[in-house]
Design a protein around this ligand. Structure first.
Ligand code: KIV
Length: 278
């Protein structure tokens, strides 16, 4: 499969749906890349899923870079987008450009994603002007979920729906190449999708977006702490993982692992080695 370019991604608007999944390490990146997933998102959701934080707020630039580098090493055809963590783009436009540049220079990322609407457009414009690509993210924005009243659907009343539409238009005008829309009503997602010239990528935003994204650990049934309503489990691996490691523990304790098939045999006469030492 040929790696997508930004113009290729924009051309997919209204056409073949874009598939986006999170990847946090090289082994998953290799699997998703081989399955033909278009875009791998090094999401700051790794804070919850991998690092055990209660939210994405504590995730640092160094943590994101560490995982973005691993995903780059594991992928060949997939387009890799790295999430800019909380406070890496809000303090100043200079900071935003510098931190976006670190994903390009130190992790080989193809684009960065940042959360927010009209208020982040100056940062988006500056990053794009510096020659980098930006994916937007509106609706439920986990880094500022506390200000939104928690992890709940957005844009359910006329005022906030209007606000989200304006956010999407402003982001498109500022130069994003795609917009993630998280947890918004399906009809609003359709209106926004029809109102902007760049692809929309839905997560809990209904079927009328130009693409869909999920957290891979959710899709595989590996993260049981919290499963949002919009998640569809395409596998249920957590019980299988528990069963496998319980099997290992039982066999080790019973002395049945490792057996001859999983051990190395020696042609030498071991007794003679012991005698040689004496
Ligand atoms: O961090 C993340 O995984 C995300 C997706 C849920 C879109 O931003």
């Amino acid at each position: 499969m040929k790696k997508l370019t930004i113009p290729d991604i924009i051309k997919r608007k209204g056409g073949e749906k874009l598939t986006v999944l999170t990847a946090y390490d090289a082994s998953f990146a290799r699997l998703l890349d081989a399955a033909g997933i278009d875009i791998l998102l090094v999401g700051d959701s790794l804070g919850n899923v991998l690092l055990g934080y209660e939210s994405t707020v504590p995730v640092t630039m160094e943590e994101m870079l560490h995982h973005a580098r691993a995903v780059r090493r594991g992928s060949s055809a997939a387009f890799v987008v790295a999430d800019m963590p909380f406070l890496s783009y809000q303090i100043s436009v200079e900071d935003a450009v510098r931190n976006a540049g670190r994903f390009y220079k130190e992790a080989g990322s193809d684009a960065v994603k940042l959360e927010g609407g009209t208020e982040v457009c100056p940062a988006v414009r500056a990053i794009v002007r510096a020659g980098m690509a930006v994916m937007g993210h509106i609706g439920l924005t986990p880094q500022t979920a506390a200000n939104l009243g928690g992890y709940k659907a957005q844009g359910k009343d006329a005022d906030s729906a209007r606000r989200l539409l304006a956010d999407a238009r402003d982001l498109a005008e500022a130069g994003v190449f795609a917009i993630v829309m998280e947890c918004i009503p399906d009809r609003l997602a359709k209106v926004i999708t029809e109102s902007v010239g760049v692809p929309t990528i839905g997560i809990g935003a209904g079927p009328d977006c130009d693409g869909q994204v999920l957290v891979t650990h959710d899709l595989l049934g590996m993260f049981e702490k919290f499963v949002p309503r919009f998640v569809k489990g395409y596998a249920n691996l957590a019980p299988q993982i528990r069963q496998a490691v319980t099997g290992f523990k039982q066999e080790v304790q019973a002395g049945s692992f490792p057996d001859a098939a999983h051990s190395f045999t020696m042609q030498l006469d071991v007794d003679s080695l012991i005698n040689d030492r004496e």
